[in-house]
Design a binder for this molecule. Sequence first.
Ligand code: GRF
Length: 218
Amino acid sequence: MTDRPAYTLVVLISGSGTNLQAIIDAIQEGLPATIAAVISNESSAYALKRAKQAGIATEVIDHRMFESRHSFDDKLAAVIDSYRPQLIILAGFMRVLGKSFVDHFQDRILNIHPSLLPDYKGLNTHQRVLDDDKTYHGCSVHVVTSVLDSGPIIIQAKIRIKDDDTAGKLQQRVQQMEYKIYPAAIRLFAEGRISIVENNIYIDGECQRLPILVTEED
Ligand code: GRF
């Protein structure tokens, strides 16, 4: 037994929550963290069911109920703060967060993006990679800054594109890797091994010039 308090997460979702599930499963298997709440901007998101099944508090904050992006962000920040998390995990959260929100939680928000950033920021990454006839694709866990999909990258997973890959098949293959690298990134924080200084990632005190790279063989 350790008397160190569990590392507290709040997870933001909008959809099915398979990444949320991977994090819940990783915690059950020993990842030293706890999810204080799952917050959705969509009341029908399946991820809310997953959270409830795991006994995790849920909140719905519907962005359509707010006059402006700013007022939504302010409410979201206040609800997150009420759970006092150390880290905020974006797991398929389909809202862009404004600068004051990001500044409020500086270096404490992570996102998972389905591409080998800095390539293919934005949406429809799987189809865009196929259209460009690329050899490799993947996913990235990065720190959120106020520039979309551009914060420091902690860990990436790289897969080789197969001849018969479609956007749907690629999405599935990439997601299998997401379920590995998101809990791995959270573990670095929960174990106190990572710090971020002026947009540089330090792991065990060493500045990382490149993200950690995971492949399908790992
Ligand atoms: C993930 O594939 C992730 O790359 C992207 O949104 C998707 C969310 O899927 N950011 P899920 O809700 O975790 O199933």
